[in-house]
Design a protein around this ligand. Structure first.
Ligand SMILES: Cc1cc2nc3c(=O)[nH]c(=O)nc-3n(C[C@H](O)[C@H](O)[C@H](O)COP(=O)(O)O)c2cc1C
Length: 440
């Protein structure tokens, strides 16, 4: 079953469609609150708008950012967002998902220092402030492909995710290996601090190694089974990274709170139940990160984009068209994130996935904040297409309809094909040639 393409001429038409589908999408009539400063812990952000982590597949062989990487981030910095959550950066050679994924090492530290300095400078020059810079520490897990060849490192044999992959029991990582990963997060945090980032993200989302462990109900040993064991790698890695925390350098986590898979193969579902979201365990995890580990901000997301893209980022066109309408997907995302925020209101919650709503994404973000579902929104595909969305909201109250993302999936095609990734539609001079190479 397909669904109609986005054709709404105003907010009222979107609300009408949501009513027809029987789902709730929060909307505010104005976006003023998005452009005001907001604080949590030791951090003050210039506004509540940020850039979501977005891989570019344009890093150099040694893991450093390239000229094209820098171009992307300078555009983001000039666009006026208060925060840039920098993309997945591998924490070890075997954790890399390809030869063009960035990796932070002692040897390329100076290149990352120059990178953060240039991004700050661009923000200062364009807007009079430097965006808050978070770096995402990444382990590709089952999607590891160092040297460009798949070399999966999995938490357990997964009947859904193993399909179509060349996987056997030898791909299951040992507890000793996971202990080593905890130390690597600490080393990464120290390097990230030295490189000039404001925060490090112990990434635990989207089907990669840390996320997969959250559903390792049947894995034996200290990283599987109970809630404590399934979240051990995340919690220990946070603790290890926190050794390097200061008032100017923070540890945070991007958490996948729902995988879209039934128990015992997905997180954020009921024990013994189907794939209906159940936020009990995600709430427990976020509360523990706040109370026991002193984490003051987390970034919540859903879905495994390597398998169920539509759950992570509702779209119009893509590799497959799901049964559900994109507005149903939007409603699921905000309901899951909102349930966590309501249960742990002290935690500052970054959310994402507004881009399907195009120029109306700001009204959605403001509505969700007013309803107490989240505190800040990170824009993904919109940022590739229209890095100036934050300044447009500040200046005109809404995103420029002529510049908005159209949720066409071309950025997905580029990243899936290992090509430098950006917006084929709005930044075609740079990215259309790469897209054409894939279509040959
Ligand atoms: C091409 C592409 C690359 C992405 N790379 C990352 C990444 O490196 N790390 C991450 O956590 N999420 C990544 N995401 C997910 C986005 O951060 C975001 O959650 C998602 O696109 C939904 O937001 P949107 O609706 O605003 O696009 C990526 C998404 C896309 C489309």
């Amino acid at each position: 079953m397909g669904h109609e393409r986005f054709h709404y001429r105003n907010l009222e038409e979107i609300k009408e469609k949501a009513r027809e589908l029987g789902v709730h999408i929060p909307f505010s009539q104005n976006t003023e609150l998005l452009t005001k400063e907001v604080s949590f812990g030791n951090v003050t952000l210039k506004n509540r708008l940020g850039i979501a982590p977005l891989e570019g597949a344009d890093g150099l062989a040694d893991g450093s950012p390239s000229e094209l990487t820098l171009r992307r981030y300078l555009r983001y910095a000039r666009g006026g967002s208060g925060m840039i959550w920098i993309e997945a950066i591998a924490l070890a050679p075997e954790a890399r998902c390809g030869t063009k994924q960035m990796m932070l090492t002692k040897d390329n530290l100076d290149n990352f220092k120059a990178f953060t300095a240039a991004i700050r400078e661009a923000g200062m020059q364009a807007n009079g402030f430097a965006p808050y810079l978070v770096i995402q520490a990444h382990h590709s897990g089952r999607y590891s492909a160092p040297g460009g060849k798949a070399a999966p490192l999995i938490a357990y044999r997964h009947p859904v995710l193993d399909k179509g992959m060349d996987i056997d029991d030898s791909c299951i990582v040992t507890d000793d290996y996971l202990k080593k990963v905890e130390e690597e997060f600490a080393e990464f945090a120290l390097l990230a601090k030295e490189a000039g980032f404001d925060a490090v993200d112990v990434k635990c989302c989207h089907g990669y190694l840390l996320t997969e462990l959250t559903s390792a109900y049947e894995r034996p040993g200290m990283y599987g089974g109970s809630f404590e064991n399934r979240t051990r790698l995340l919690r220990n890695s946070v603790q290890a990274a926190k050794v390097h925390e200061t008032k100017d350098f923070m540890v945070t986590v991007r958490i996948g709170i729902y995988d879209g898979l039934a128990w015992p193969y997905g997180f954020g579902v009921k024990e013994g139940g189907d794939s209906t979201p159940d936020m009990d365990e995600p709430i427990r995890l976020v509360r523990s990160l706040y109370e026991d580990y002193g984490v003051s901000m987390v970034n919540l997301t859903v879905g495994n984009p390597c398998v169920y893209k539509h759950m992570n980022r509702p779209y119009d066109m893509g590799a497959y068209i799901p049964d559900e309408h994109p507005l149903e997907g939007m409603a699921r995302i905000s309901a899951c994130i909102g349930a966590v925020k309501k249960a742990v209101p002290e935690m500052f919650i970054s959310a994402s996935a507004p881009s399907y709503l195009r120029q109306y994404a700001g009204f959605y973000t403001a509505g969700a904040i007013e309803e107490g579902l989240l505190d800040q929104m990170l824009f993904g595909r919109m940022a590739y297409a229209n890095p100036g969305f934050a300044n447009q909201i500040a200046e005109n109250g809404m995103i420029d309809p002529a510049k908005t993302c159209v949720a066409c999936g071309s950025c997905e095609t580029l990243i899936g094909g290992g090509k430098p990734t950006g917006c084929v539609v709005r930044d075609g001079e740079v990215y259309l040639p790469y897209f054409k190479e894939l279509k040959k």
